[in-house]
Design a protein around this ligand. Structure first.
Ligand code: FAD
Length: 475
């Protein structure tokens, strides 16, 4: 059974039995998919006394940002057969689904159902764990770390402290900042919604309100679907720099691996040319570009690491929007709703950069510089919603724990300013570049180093190998 929130007495962990060796205590900060999967893998592998403390302020474990949604029409963007929590048991999720009725092969199921699955995975691991492995959950946030002779004390928002032999930083996604404009005073207005992921984000909208969504990726798609589900009739304007929308998933047979990871550092141009050439050849054979893109997935991390820093920066400057919209595709059902709303003009996409906001008593007038053409264009709306998605630039993250770790040099930024710097095993590097024997991470914070690290297929692999390292490395 999932642990119920279980606050520890201030300043210490629960005492262990005097006859047993002191258990190693692993503190996991963040109980989304990443944190829960590390806990699960630790419970499955523990050979010696182990206490896992999971720190997560949300009401449910395993949901995190992606699977906390309450909307039935927020679907996974990966088919069920690729969403197993375990790398060595690829059919696990499909089997779990099928036990509950219906065959879900090829289906994109609701994300909230996936959250139930992640919790069930943890429940099973707890039920099957050996007696010497235990887990507790503290419903709070970690706000600071105080190292102490090879160990650390984690300070929580509720005032408690917890001792740790190892710490896994699994904080996942942080919200984006406000888009830059000359006068940002509008961002204090009631008409601006910064936090899109709260349950009551759209409560204050009336069904005919025109709205502007900033950003045109999967976060925008989530908000459009939520508006659609609540019968919203007003025009939904979307502005992003390129005006590109996520492509739709289409079924296809797997395409063979075609790109060898270069042994020497390569250039973006060389890789791009090679992929384009493959797409042309595949098309001539009657195959589709998305099958070619999907064939890149197992090698994406190695290809990314074969690019020198300058080339990675070039990718982020020029190719990222195209990569994001072709790689992070929407479920076909979702893409169909988006198409239908575009055709009926309820959804209007604009490519450009926001220049200014002018707020009036009953609306806000937003001027933007169109991507093509000169002069400013305008839209008039009741609300502006920031849909720019998660923020990987840790320089902009306000969370006290991240600020504290960076300020004290216990972690350092990835050179691309995307996440934190780690070694190959996920040990965080300090300001001097030394790998920590105490602090580890996985998933979104490793974006700069691995590029492909955000989704379940990559995180489940990292969780497994991280659990192994945590249990075997000497402090
Ligand atoms: C909207 C959305 C949809 C997605 N859909 C898919 C999909 O369909 N398929 C797929 O493979 N991937 C999907 N992803 C990718 C997603 O990143 C991963 O699947 C996975 O959920 C990431 O989990 P995480 O635990 O690393 O991060 P999160 O889900 O962000 O969870 C991190 C948790 O840490 C907690 N936390 C943060 N800071 C602290 C702190 N200081 N103290 C204590 N707790 C803290 C937060 O409360 C949160 O619950 C999606 C991502 C998003 C944002």
């Amino acid at each position: 059974m999932t642990p119920t929130p279980n606050p520890l007495p201030q300043g210490e962990g629960k005492p262990s039995s005097p006859s047993l060796p002191t258990p190693m205590r692993v503190v996991i900060i963040g109980g989304g998919f990443s944190g829960v999967m590390v806990a699960t893998q630790l419970l499955r592998r523990a050979q010696n006394p182990l206490t896992i403390t999971l720190i997560e302020p949300r009401l449910l474990l395993g949901r995190g940002l992606a699977y906390s949604t309450v909307h039935e029409n927020h679907l996974l963007n990966v088919p069920a057969e690729r969403m197993s929590a375990f790398p060595d048991d690829p059919g696990h999720f499909l089997h779990w689904l099928n036990q509950r009725g219906n065959d879900h092969a090829g289906c994109f199921v609701p994300r909230k159902l996936y959250g139930v699955y992640v919790q069930a995975v943890l429940d099973t691991a707890i039920d099957e764990a050996p007696a010497h492995a235990r887990i507790e959950w503290i419903p709070s946030e970690a706000v600071a770390l105080l190292p102490q002779e090879g160990r650390a004390v984690v300070r929580l928002e509720n005032g408690q402290t917890v001792q740790a032999d190892r710490i896994v930083l699994a904080p996942g996604h942080f919200p984006s900042g406000d888009p830059t404009v000359a006068d940002g005073s509008f961002y204090q207005s009631q008409r601006y919604i910064r936090q899109v992921w709260g349950p009551d984000t759209l409560n204050h909208l009336t069904s005919t309100d025109a709205v502007l969504l900033i950003g045109s990726g999967l976060t925008m798609v989530d908000i459009v679907l939520a508006l659609h589900a609540q019968g919203h009739q007003g025009v939904i304007h979307v502005i992003s720099r390129h005006g590109l929308l996520p492509q739709s998933h289409q079924s296809s047979t797997p395409y063979p691996s075609f790109l060898k990871v270069p042994e020497k550092p390569t250039t973006l141009r060389t890789l791009l040319r090679r992929v384009r050439q493959e797409i042309v050849e595949a098309t001539l054979l009657g195959r589709d570009w998305w099958a070619v893109m999907d064939a890149l997935r197992p090698q994406t991390q190695a290809l990314w690491q074969a690019l020198p820093l300058k080339e990675q920066q070039r990718f982020l400057r020029h190719l990222r929007p195209y990569w994001d919209t072709h790689r992070h595709r929407a479920a076909p059902e979702v893409a169909a709703v988006i198409d239908q709303l575009r055709q009926s003009q309820h959804l209007q996409i604009h490519a450009g950069r926001i220049a200014a906001y002018q707020e009036h008593a009953d609306r806000v007038c937003v001027s933007y510089q169109p991507r093509r053409g000169s002069g400013l264009a305008r839209v008039k709306v009741s609300r502006v919603i920031n849909c720019t998605g998660p923020n990987g630039d840790y320089r902009q993250i306000e969370h006290p724990l991240i600020r504290d770790l960076l300020a004290l040099g216990r972690v350092r930024l990835n050179p691309l300013n995307l996440g934190l710097d780690t070694d190959a095993e996920g040990r965080l590097l300090n300001a001097q570049g030394k790998a920590s024997s105490l602090l580890y991470t996985l998933g979104p914070p490793r974006q700069g180093g691995l590029w492909e690290t955000m989704a379940v297929p990559e995180i489940r692999v990292q969780a497994q190998s991280l659990a192994q390292s945590l249990l075997t490395q000497d402090a």
